[in-house]
Design a protein around this ligand. Structure first.
Ligand SMILES: Cc1cc2nc3c(=O)[nH]c(=O)nc-3n(C[C@H](O)[C@H](O)[C@H](O)COP(=O)(O)O)c2cc1C
Length: 373
């Protein structure tokens, strides 16, 4: 049997297989509330061993893109409860990705106020999705942020904890801290950007302090085995520049997380999006430094997912884009059925097209006219 199809025990959570649906923002939440379409979309994909939700804001302050969902109001929590019930009905498991974008935001989303970050430096050549000068929604350059005061950092940690508690109340099996892809935790960890002189800047451990304080605070409230974290070592998205002790920073974090008995660490390999990503050599070093469940996502196909599991370099294999256009991805892997191509033009457009309307393979075959001679 393909190792991807084997069941896997992740702490006290049983996964039906080792295929993970990676978190994907789809900008379908007009009102920031998950709705019936969201429920259908995730229900269709519940064949994954584990679904990780799209990035979900922990607070209004954490928002950087219009039409993305949150988990800080009663309506949002009600919406997510419908989604998790649907996924559980289908036998799936689901974690919520908890998101604060930090500086990847725009003043029009914050009543004219700047977004927050480790330092007051804007991300160059990086767009968020907000209101342009004409008041119309669209891609706009990320605004100049303000640096968080030392005592404010704890407030953001507290917002993560509240969101985590609410996610569990909404029926999620756990939460994934979005520590990847240039967002708020990356903005603290990155030594080229973070020039703070307080306990959240400078040394490696200082730059990791905010991340570890948030992990610990969440773990103490909802249990460490309900907490996962996503990281993107060597990720260059959103103006994350190289820095001196880059490899050491990620391996230090790996060792720190190892001691904490988490649900998992999820590595986001950006090779498909930027020139640099996670080499196999680095993956091996990370694996040695981190002794818990590891997920790797980024440009994997069935063969590379199987190979990495067989080599022991990852426990679970994450798939993003393949899940957009193949709701029944696991069944396609199981049966060797071909994958449907993704429509990149409808990824973030809102509306029904390109969201929950991709057919399963069985539906595809049914709707194909039989040729007669
Ligand atoms: C449409 C889209 C939205 C995404 N949104 C998120 C997100 O909300 N959070 C996140 O951590 N990564 C996000 N990603 C990155 C994916 O989780 C994944 O790492 C990436 O697509 C590479 O995996 P793939 O090659 O299997 O698609 C997104 C990717 C895509 C294509």
């Amino acid at each position: 049997m393909s190792p991807l199809l084997e069941s896997y025990t992740m702490g006290d959570i049983e996964l039906a297989n080792r295929v993970v649906m990676a978190p994907m923002t789809r900008c379908r939440a007009k009102t920031t509330n998950p709705d019936a379409q969201t429920e259908l979309y995730y229900r269709q994909r519940a064949g994954a061993g584990l679904i990780i939700s799209e990035g979900t804001q922990i607070s209004a302050e954490g928002t950087g893109y219009l039409y993305t969902p949150g988990i800080y109001t009663p309506e949002q929590i009600r919406g997510w409860t419908q989604v998790t019930s649907a996924v559980h009905e289908e036998g799936g498991k689901m974690f919520a990705q908890l998101w604060h974008v930090g500086r990847m935001s725009h003043t029009s989303l914050h009543q004219g106020q700047p977004p927050v970050s480790s330092v007051a430096v804007a991300a160059k050549d990086s767009n968020c999705y907000a209101y342009g000068e004409n008041g119309e929604p669209g891609p706009v350059p990320a605004s100049q942020p303000r640096a968080l005061a030392t005592e404010e950092v704890a407030r953001i940690t507290a917002n993560f904890v509240t969101a985590g508690v609410q996610a569990i109340a909404a029926g999620f099996d756990g939460v994934e801290i979005h520590g990847a892809n240039g967002y708020i935790f990356d903005q603290f960890a990155n030594g080229a950007l973070n020039t703070r002189t307080d306990q959240y800047g400078g040394s490696t451990m200082n730059r990791l302090r905010f991340t570890l304080e948030t992990v610990d605070a969440l773990a103490s409230k909802i249990g460490s085995t309900r907490v996962g974290i996503r990281l993107s070592p060597f990720g260059r998205l959103y103006d994350m520049q190289p820095f001196d002790d880059e490899e050491n920073t990620w391996l230090t974090l790996a060792r720190e997380l190892s001691a904490r008995n988490l649900a998992y660490v999820h590595l986001s390999d950006q090779t498909a999006f930027t020139s640099l990503g996670i080499s196999r050599e680095f993956l091996g070093s990370f694996r040695d430094a981190y002794n818990g469940t590891l997920i790797l996502t980024g440009a994997l196909d069935q063969d590379t997912g199987e190979e990495l599991i067989e080599l022991g370099l990852t426990d679970l294999a994450g798939y993003g884009r393949p899940f957009v256009s193949n709701p029944d991805l696991v069944e396609r892997f199981r049966n060797g059925w071909p994958l449907s191509p993704i429509d990149m033009t409808t990824l973030y457009t809102g509306g029904e097209k390109g969201y929950a309307d991709y057919p399963s393979y069985a539906e595809q075959v049914e709707s194909t006219p039989v040729e007669s001679d």
